[in-house]
Design a protein around this ligand. Structure first.
Ligand SMILES: [Zn+2]
Length: 432
């Protein structure tokens, strides 16, 4: 089954972009690299198989309608919903209630993005979701809407931006793109302003029918002069298109304990986790390099019964929170809960196995390669232990180790004095 229909939300006033638009053109018509943002989106959706597009318009709508017409010149059918009164981010869905018979992609008209729609739609179908939200880690989770979900990706709540948060949370931000199944439109009984996330999506969260699809693909607002300049640069140097997961990606694999956080043996509680000096800056460098930042970590404490899987996730969530406070983020987190040697009190027997994921095996790297369409040959490993070097050797990729007194042998890996220099060395020497 293909996703064939989309709703593009282009009714906003774009007040934040006034410096660029001068209030004379609607934000979706702002030209970036010579082309209106909305035109780029329509072409991109068409290329990925979308055949029918509804555009909800309001502010200065005549300009949008005269620019795109019925869509013939783009090879798609376009129709418009004209909002006489502002309907919020979700109210326009009311108009599709009678006609929508298949799943619908909903996306903003004033944001630059390039995502693999088939991949997201496969996730929507495999989870049998009613609504799938596109979520991603960003550099400022503290002033973004953050999505809470269980390990299966089922959404359990939405934290509103600027809400005070006195707890740790994963860096998983709502990007404003979603897929919905037609039966959800029963929600719209009357025509009125609706907030897409806080009214509409939230009403389905309690039913367990909303899933998060986490992806590192490109989606950015260009609403300030600085952001505008960055997005323009990202389009012209090919970054926007390159991050689409239908194209091969590259990653820096990072060990956790002793690499990103201070080595204290195995951790069993969030309190014990302390960021290594320079760790956030190091991850930020990876974030800006075109490489994905992916953790691969052995955590045999779970097999030993010293920490539950849920407890382990809380430790990783603290790590994401601390990094997020400094503008750094992780694209993927993988850990091996197994251990090969059984026969100890308190252990979890089912996890005492010889697995393929425990480093120096390469199972976690291969899983990440599948999830992110990685070209393993272009990936790099950074760790603090001989086991990391052996993992890299087994995967035939280069490795940089952080020098420390526990390290007796380097298995031929490069050495760096700390995490920041390790990332510099890795990207300079092996980055391509
Ligand atoms: Zn394992």
């Amino acid at each position: 089954m293909k996703l064939r229909q989309a709703l593009i939300l282009a009714g906003g006033k774009g007040t934040r972009m006034r410096e660029i638009t001068g209030g004379m053109i609607p934000k979706p018509l702002v030209r970036i690299c010579g082309k209106p943002i909305l035109e780029r989106t329509i072409e991109n959706l068409r290329m990925q198989g979308i055949e029918e597009i509804t555009i909800s318009v309001g502010y200065l709508h005549e300009q949008i309608v005269s620019c795109f017409g019925d869509g013939e010149k783009y090879g798609v059918k376009i129709r418009y919903i004209v909002e006489k009164e502002p309907l919020g981010s979700g109210g326009a869905l009311y108009y599709l209630k009678e006609t929508l018979k298949e799943p619908l992609l909903v996306c903003p008209g004033d944001v630059v993005f390039d995502i693999d729609i088939d991949r997201m739609f496969s996730c929507h179908l495999s989870k049998q979701a009613l609504i799938t939200l596109f979520v991603h880690p960003n550099t400022h989770p503290q002033d973004s809407d953050v999505i809470l979900s269980d390990p299966d990706g089922r959404v359990t709540g939405i934290l509103r931006k600027n809400e005070e948060r006195r707890f740790y949370y994963a860096n998983v931000v709502n990007a404003g793109i979603l897929i919905l199944s037609p039966e959800t439109l029963g929600y719209f009984e009357t025509l009125k302003p609706v907030n897409m996330e806080h009214d509409f999506v939230s009403s389905f969260i309690g039913k367990g029918a909303v899933f998060a699809y986490r992806s590192p693909e490109y989606i950015r607002d260009a609403g300030t002069p600085e952001r505008f300049a960055q997005v323009e640069k990202d389009i012209s140097n090919g970054t926007v298109a390159a991050k689409n997961l239908s194209r091969k990606q590259k990653a820096v694999f990072l060990d956790r304990d002793g690499t990103l956080n201070v080595y204290k043996g195995f951790l069993t509680k969030p309190d014990e986790l302390e960021l290594m000096p320079g760790a956030a800056d190091a991850v930020k460098k990876i974030n800006r390099s075109g490489y994905l930042a992916v953790i691969v970590s052995n955590q045999p404490v779970i097999a030993r019964g010293e920490c539950t899987d849920e407890g382990m996730r809380e430790i990783f969530i603290k790590l994401e929170t601390l990094l997020g406070q400094e503008g750094a983020y992780l694209d993927g987190i993988y850990y091996c809960p197994h251990h090969p040697d059984g026969g100890f009190p308190g252990e979890i027997k089912a996890l005492k196995i010889k697995c393929g994921c425990r480093k120096p095996n390469t199972g976690m790297l291969k899983k990440a390669a599948e999830d992110f369409n990685l070209d393993l040959a272009r990936c790099i490993m950074i760790g603090d232990d001989l086991r990391d070097a052996r993992t890299a050797e087994n995967a035939s990729i280069p490795c940089v180790l952080i020098a420390n007194e526990r390290l007796k042998d380097t298995c031929g890996a490069e050495l760096a004095p700390d995490i920041l220099s390790a990332v510099d060395l890795a990207l300079e020497r092996y980055g391509k």
